[in-house]
Write a protein that binds this ligand. Structure first.
Ligand code: SF4
Ligand code: SF4
Length: 444
């Protein structure tokens, strides 16, 4: 068979978001990252390791491998982007932005079939690009849970038929109505500091109870909380999926929404959102109108555990008689290097016992939408996590990210455990006895 010139020319990187060559060169192939990598631990394959993936990225950069080679695509998307490799790398390889740029290259240059483009637009871009759409969807789901349709539909098998069974099983009971940005604030009688809460899309809807608990816990600590209107989703899922233009649009909207006094800490209750917001400076580094503002915005962002642990907590007043184990979200432990703070806060709750699980910082398999699009590997990691959680015999598992929350809950159930999953802030809120006396939670 004749080989055409086109077949001989390899597709390389081009256009926006080319993986940074200096970052790629930083890898010295020492292999220290291999034991921390969940996909390498499951497969034992060099190509499924951080070092292997960096080699593939460099091969495309050097013209030795075609960007459209199926193995490249497979490995860039098999990676969980958990960043465990980054946290242990002695050469400081900044792996997250590299794999995100590689995915962006694939999305720019690889032709996708129409059905895949429609699915991405409908499943990812449509609900996560406008928080009002997410709110409408979650309001519908809340009603669906309340009228008991969930159990009925599961019995009939309709959910399996329309391939929504996995998604439906992941959804926790939605406890409260969505927290609409700009509509509520918390103002304690004595104000020592003021923060702006990043409300998020999943946190403000499915987990609005956690964001309201955050307002109360901060009020107990003499911190006033505002929830700036017009903020949107952080764009983390878009970045992870190589949809950089959509992510940049959301970043600009959020930077404008939080312009305010320009200095108040921006407090985040979801580890994945926090990691994305802290990288707006990098995401918009080539935008002349936003580069400086993005860097300043990122400098204000703090996870709620990071912020609270840095203050002297007002001592909680109520015993929480339970044993908890802490599951470290990857984007808190690895991407933001926040490890001690959640434990420090839990240790200050009277009556609470903390028991450490094995491999608490190994990815649970959630990883954005990984547990939907790569179900088998996500389930393997989820089962491993459930086994480690159950072995602690704790009453409850605590975490700080909505994706981990849903994945833990589903994995525990699949493994026959009804152990509850809670956000750290919910434990603190309980330890303060809920609403602060004399504090005003206002509906603006
Ligand atoms: S630890 Fe860092 S330098 Fe060593 S192989 Fe992994 S990425 Fe490369
Ligand atoms: S980000 Fe996680 S899954 Fe991906 S290579 Fe690094 S350790 Fe492995």
């Amino acid at each position: 068979m004749a080989v055409s010139l086109v077949d001989l020319v390899k597709h390389g990187y081009s256009g926006d978001d080319v993986p940074d060559d200096d970052l790629l060169r930083a890898c010295v192939h020492c292999g220290m990252c291999l034991p921390t990598c969940p996909t390498y631990r499951l497969t034992g394959q060099e190509a499924s390791s951080p070092r292997g993936r960096l080699w593939l990225m460099k091969s495309v950069a050097d013209g030795r491998l075609d960007l459209l080679d199926p193995e490249f695509d497979e490995q860039m998307y098999q990676c969980l982007n958990c960043r465990a490799c980054e946290a242990v790398c002695p050469s400081g390889v900044h792996y997250g932005p590299l794999v995100e740029a590689a995915r962006s290259q694939l999305e720019q240059h690889r032709p996708r079939p129409l059905w895949q483009r429609v699915r991405r637009r409908a499943g990812l871009n449509f609900p996560f690009s406008r928080v009002s759409r997410m709110r409408a969807m979650v309001n519908g789901l809340r009603l669906y849970q309340r009228v008991g349709l969930s159990a009925a539909l599961r019995k009939t098998g309709v959910l399996r038929l329309v391939r929504l069974e996995t998604l439906e099983a992941m959804l926790p009971p939605i406890q409260e109505a969505p927290l609409v940005s700009g509509k509520e604030s918390w103002n304690p009688p004595l104000v020592e500091d003021r923060i702006d809460l990043f409300n998020g899309c999943v946190m403000s809807t499915v987990f609005s109870n956690v964001n309201r608990a955050t307002g109360r816990v901060l009020a107990h600590n003499n911190v006033a909380t505002a929830v700036p209107a017009t903020q949107q989703c952080c764009g983390a899922l878009h970045v992870h999926s190589g949809m950089m233009d959509e992510a940049r649009k959301l970043a600009r909207i959020n930077i404008d929404a939080f312009a305010g006094d320009g200095v108040s800490p921006i407090i985040v209750t979801a580890a994945g959102c926090g990691a994305a917001l802290k990288e707006y400076g990098f995401l918009l580094k080539d935008d002349p109108n936003y580069a400086d503002r993005a860097a300043r915005f990122s400098g204000r962002v703090q996870d709620v555990t990071e912020y609270l642990a840095a203050r002297d907590l007002v001592p909680p007043t109520h015993d929480v008689r339970a044993t908890v184990t802490y599951q470290e979200p990857c984007h808190l432990a690895h991407a933001q290097r926040i490890i001690a703070q959640p434990r420090k806060l839990l240790a200050q709750v009277p009556g609470l016992e903390i028991t450490e699980m094995k491999e608490s910082s190994l990815c649970c398999g959630s990883a954005g939408i990984y547990n939907i699009i790569r179900k088998r590997m996500a389930d393997d990691l989820g089962d491993r996590k459930a086994e480690n959680v159950v072995a602690t015999r704790a009453d409850c598992v605590v975490t700080a990210n909505p994706g981990c929350h849903m994945q833990l809950r589903t994995s525990l159930k699949r493994n026959g455990s009804e152990m509850p999953v809670r956000h750290i802030v919910e434990i603190l809120d309980e330890a303060y006895g809920g609403p602060v006396v004399g504090s005003k939670a206002t509906n603006a």
